[in-house]
Design a protein around this ligand. Structure first.
Ligand code: ADP
Ligand code: ADP
Ligand code: MG
Ligand code: MG
Length: 584
């Protein structure tokens, strides 16, 4: 049986621990060396000798993964990072005239796959002892449709432009003003047009180091799009962006493609992925161990396949369960007991003015909050949390709140296991297990990836005792499955505890799925914000969607919300009836 053994030596502390693990291995007991310790003290597992018994996994304490691949596994690797390291099978294929998406959980190799295409990683076809070489792909794809593409790429007839996932790292390597950076890469002479389309006019004279995440994201997209290329690759182009900007980026991506140009991107916002792509590849496998790219499928079909967990034409069940969007169940004990209310409030912060209409929150509810970046959502959350005083007006109750800020800061570095002690003791089944936090226990907070820290902070927030929980942008850095898991956690938590949770987020599907009521922020970003509501969902969504001029419908098969194509029959009909939100 083909098998992958992954060892993260950084997680293995002492030589004693390694010797212990070595002693457990039944193959080693027979005198062969399946588990070895090299002269540098690194623990290695020989995949040829390994029987897949998995006895070493537990004492490895999260450092070892043994994956038994299906018996009939016939895939050859495209790239392996090293001995007992992550292994990538196959690659996505750009398709001219189309926007193609790549969807999959965190750590399954999406960035690795597109880095190979972008020629940032030299593929070694699994032979990690040799240096990789791009030309190897010609052999690998011989006789397939992709062969012609790689041939052209080799001959320099295809040019690739690439935007990395982590835009926050850009100012560390590139200095200077936005205008100068963009002018320098403007091979297409489209500076003015793209600055306009991506709404960058107001920040052209800023230094890269001064930009917010969302501004940096749009600058990075602009820089990639200004280069002459046939294949534009964007790794997670909508993180840090609000919904309006995500819709705008979707249109921008569609505008980039023509019969000689393709866009390939990674996206975790399901509504946006659906809206912006024509085709998608599903990436499945095991996080941190291996990843396989499926064949391309038309987006609607592909996303439904992804949700179903089973790829029929490849006979691959990659998730044991199907993801379904059942109609939101009202809470059994939904009451109209007031939790907190406030008068008309106002707050000035430098040039920014926030007005909050008088409103109230009820017990036992999830309240969603939608609005553009820079419109005062975080300011409002801080006011409710009692961290910021208003200039005018009062909040009528002193509430016990628990608050997860938008920007996560580590106050004091410690082991996750200690930081989450309370959550582990009290909410193992409600929080720790569904957020897959066990594997982070032995790490320090400062060692966590963005997605891990987000999940740790969500668990910490919800494990405190409070009447109102405030989650500011919890979906950031999370993949689709984690977002859906979080939806369920939030609903179950409110059901069981009877508390209320207020959630600010830019993932429309996530907010739609969890919220009973909705607050909508309107105004001019960075100048004036106006907080309205809470409304009931229909009222709030209608108001919000109308402002964006998009309409939603429900997919018949999966019941997931989808954005109607502009000017399609449904779009026009819903706009005429003033029903921007889907009918149940
Ligand atoms: P995704 O983009 O789907 O979240 P990545 O492609 O970034 O996944 O990473 C896939 C796996 O490859 C990760 O689990 C990571 O541990 C591993 N990996 C990434 N870069 C390297 C590297 N330079 N060396 C070894 N392993 C790596
Ligand atoms: P959102 O969460 O909706 O993105 P915020 O509430 O964070 O918006 O910010 C709203 C506006 O207020 C932004 O333009 C921001 O730059 C500004 N702002 C926030 N905090 C301060 C502050 N302490 N001083 C001056 N301006 C601020
Ligand atoms: Mg990635
Ligand atoms: Mg905010």
């Amino acid at each position: 049986m083909p098998r992958i053994a992954i060892v993260d030596n950084e997680k293995l502390k002492s030589i004693e621990q390694k010797l212990q693990i070595q002693k457990i291995c039944p193959v080693n007991k027979t005198g062969q060396e399946c588990i070895g310790i090299d002269p540098a003290g690194k623990l290695t597992i020989d995949e040829g000798l390994c029987t897949g018994c998995g006895l070493c996994v537990k004492p490895g304490n999260g450092a070892i993964q043994i994956i038994n691949l299906p018996e009939e596994w016939n895939k050859k690797p495209v790239h392996r990072y090293g001995e007992n390291r992550f292994c990538l099978y196959s690659l996505p294929a750009p398709s001219y005239g189309n926007v193609v998406g790549l969807v999959g959980i965190n750590g399954v190799g999406k960035s690795t796959a597109i880095k190979v295409l972008a020629r940032m990683i030299k593929p070694n076809l699994g032979d990690y002892e040799k240096e990789g070489n791009f030309d190897l792909l010609l052999d690998y794809f011989k006789g397939t449709e992709a062969q012609a593409f790689f041939q052209k790429l080799k001959e320099g007839k295809v040019k690739i432009s690439y935007k990395p996932q982590q835009v926050e790292l850009i100012p560390k390597s590139t200095k200077g003003k936005v205008r100068d950076l963009l002018k320098k890469v403007d091979e297409k002479n489209l500076f003015e047009k793209i600055v306009e389309e991506l709404d960058l006019k107001n920040i052209l004279d800023r230094e890269l180091t001064q930009l917010s995440g969302g501004e940096l994201q749009r600058v990075a997209i602009a820089a990639s799009a200004l280069k002459k290329a046939n294949v534009y690759i964007f790794d997670e182009p909508t993180s840090y962006l609000d919904i309006k900007q995500r819709i705008n980026i979707s249109k921008f991506m569609k505008g980039l493609v023509d019969e000689n140009t393709s866009v390939l991107l990674v996206e975790h916002d399901l509504i946006i992925l659906d809206y912006m792509t024509e085709f998608i590849h599903i990436m499945y496998g095991t996080a941190g161990a291996y990843g396989v790219v499926s064949k391309a499928k038309p987006s609607k079909n592909g996303i439904n396949t992804y949700l179903s967990g089973y790829i029929r034409d490849e006979n691959m069940r990659f998730r044991p369960y199907e993801i379904k969007f059942l109609p939101r169940q009202p809470f059994v004990e939904k009451t109209n007991i007031e939790l907190v209310c406030w008068d008309d409030l106002s707050k000035d912060l430098g040039d920014f003015k926030l007005k909050i209409d008088a409103g109230k929150l009820y017990k036992h509810r999830v309240i969603g909050v939608l609005g553009e970046n820079g419109i005062g959502k975080t300011t409002f959350v801080k006011i409710i949390a009692g961290k910021l005083k208003t200039d005018k007006g009062n909040i009528n109750q002193q509430l016990k709140v628990s608050y997860k800020p938008q920007y996560l800061e580590i106050e004091e570095d410690e082991l996750v296991e200690f930081f989450l002690a309370n959550a582990i003791a009290k909410y193992k089944t409600q929080l720790i297990t569904p957020l897959h936090l066990e594997q982070t226990f032995t790490k320090m907070l400062s060692q966590l990836s963005g997605g891990e820290l987000q999940r740790v902070m969500i668990a910490k927030c919800l494990s405190e005792n409070a009447e109102l929980y405030l989650l500011d942008e919890p979906s950031a850095y999370l993949d689709i499955e984690q977002r859906l898991a979080l939806s369920k956690i939030v609903r179950d938590f409110v059901e069981q505890k009877g508390a209320s949770i207020l959630v600010v987020d830019h993932d429309l599907l996530f907010i739609d799925y969890i919220s009973d009521d909705l607050m909508v922020f309107e105004g001019l970003p960075a100048k004036e914000g106006s907080a309205k509501g809470p409304f009931n969902m229909r009222q709030g969504m209608n108001r919000f969607l109308k402002h964006l001029q998009i309409t939603l419908r429900k997919d018949i098969e999966t019941h997931r919300p989808r954005i109607n194509k502009v000017d399609s029959v449904l779009d026009r009909e819903q706009k005429r009836k003033n029903e921007y939100y889907y009918a149940n």
